[in-house]
Design a protein around this ligand. Structure first.
Ligand code: C5P
Length: 426
């Protein structure tokens, strides 16, 4: 679920391409997220998919004609003006070359274009067309004009097109559009202008070219945190080891495999990082040597010698100063405003979590009992206890990982407020 969309009014414009059928899924995703979706179709879009399909999905009127009127709160209102003024987000998916051109020229010759011209908020276009149409200088120029006005684009992707050819021009997948829509609507939120870096997934340490030492982390918690940060307007980076779930859209992804690679990626971003949340299950040890050829099966016992990997959170938490109050010791001593860790424990829960909070010099640690069936790896729920630097302890009830992530990010907002943080200046 995406609470950022709940109660929001979305205009979903559909222009005439075969990709219109994919927007049925998109309309359904938005409706399930409790957004109010007003679908406007061009006449050619209505030839590909019947308006009644969208009407059934959104449970709202679907319009194609400028001279249709809407009733809103019992009043008769001029459709395009009322819709445009009420909307929080305007999406056009698929956006054909023709519709993009009409928007760039400011034409208003049908309901979709006239509503777009009456609208002032964030707009997201998902182009879909043949490769030659997309790469044509006229389309490129129109995209540039709209981009300069602040319109966001998602895609098009490379892939199989309606003509049977393969090339650039395929509409972005509904799930991607949905995710980027959350980001666009969340812009200007309480974390606007801040960079939140999250580590996720379970690192893999090579034994030989085909085997590794790993763990059961799926990355669900880290991915949920990245979505929650994105939806609050943060410039979000997900440094992730292999994931068992889809990575989120609208987030900068930095894929890694090993603990050392994750350490290097986090350190590289550190000068820009405002908040670091370590949700990854990072290997504490790695084989001292990784064989460059596949190890053979031998009759006798084999021993793999292990060596320690760097503790990423500890290395970051123990730094002093931050981007806004540089430490006299120099810029390489910068510490993000907030450093947050997770403690996945099976025993001595509280003592272990508090030990880590102190040792790693964290601002907050989120403890979960990974031996409990409803908490920890591979399940969708988590029961956590929060320990804050100032001694505050909070036991949260069983929640979905999404809810835990949203609550943690709300805590980030509150703590940054107390720190009297300033937004990053351009
Ligand atoms: O010490 P322990 O591994 O239990 O600490 C867990 C927390 O520290 C998690 O937030 C995890 O992401 C982080 N961690 C890390 N680098 C390591 C080990 C753990 O950042 N090498």
């Amino acid at each position: 679920m995406a609470p950022i969309l709940s109660g929001k009014r979305i205009i979903l414009g559909i222009s005439g391409g075969i990709a219109a059928y994919k927007s049925v899924t998109l309309a359904s995703r938005f409706t399930q997220a409790n957004a109010l979706v007003d679908v406007i179709m061009t006449h050619s879009a209505a030839k590909f998919v019947a308006p009644v399909t969208f009407q059934a999905i959104t449970q709202r009127d679907v319009a194609t004609d400028t001279f249709e009127f809407w009733h809103d709160a019992g009043r008769l209102r001029i459709g395009h003006v009322a819709l445009a003024h009420a909307a929080d987000l305007f999406i056009i998916a698929p956006a054909t070359a023709h519709t993009i051109a009409r928007l760039a020229l400011g034409l208003s010759d049908d309901l979709l274009s006239i509503t777009a011209l009456s609208y002032k908020g964030p707009m997201l276009l998902a182009p879909a067309m043949e490769t030659n149409m997309w790469t044509h200088p006229a389309t490129m120029r129109n995209v540039q004009i709209l981009g300069d006005w602040g319109v966001d684009f998602i895609g098009p992707a490379e892939g199989r097109l309606a003509s049977g050819e393969v090339g650039e021009g395929r509409v972005a997948e509904p799930e991607e559009i949905f995710e980027v829509a959350c980001k666009v609507i969340g812009r200007g939120g309480p974390l606007d202008g801040l960079r939140v870096v999250i580590t996720a997934g379970g690192t893999r340490e090579a034994i030989d070219p085909v085997r590794f030492m790993g763990n059961h982390s799926t990355g669900k918690m880290g991915v949920a945190l990245a979505r929650a940060a994105r939806d609050l307007g943060a410039d979000t980076v997900l440094v992730h080891a292999p994931l068992a779930v889809h990575p989120p859209g609208g987030v900068a992804l930095v894929p890694v495999h090993t603990a050392y690679q994750m350490y290097a990626a986090v350190m590289e971003d550190l000068p820009q990082t405002d908040v670091l949340i370590g949700a990854a299950a990072v290997a504490d040890y790695r084989p001292s040597a990784s064989a460059d050829k596949k190890l053979k099966k031998l009759p006798q016992q084999q021993i793999i010698t292990l060596e320690r990997t760097p503790d990423i959170l500890q290395a970051v938490g123990q730094r002093r100063g931050n981007a806004y109050c540089p430490d006299p010791a120099g810029p390489d001593r910068q510490r993000p405003r907030l450093v947050i860790g997770f403690a996945a424990e099976t025993n001595d829960l509280e003592a272990n979590a508090l030990g880590k909070l102190k040792r790693k010099n964290l601002d907050l640690i989120v403890l979960n009992d990974v031996s409990a069936a409803d908490s920890g790896f591979a399940v969708d729920t988590n029961r956590v206890i929060l320990f804050e630097r100032d001694g505050n302890r909070e036991d949260w009830p069983l929640m979905s990982k999404e809810e835990v992530a949203q609550a943690i990010l709300q805590r980030v907002v509150a703590r940054l407020g107390r720190l009297n943080w300033q937004k990053r200046r351009p």
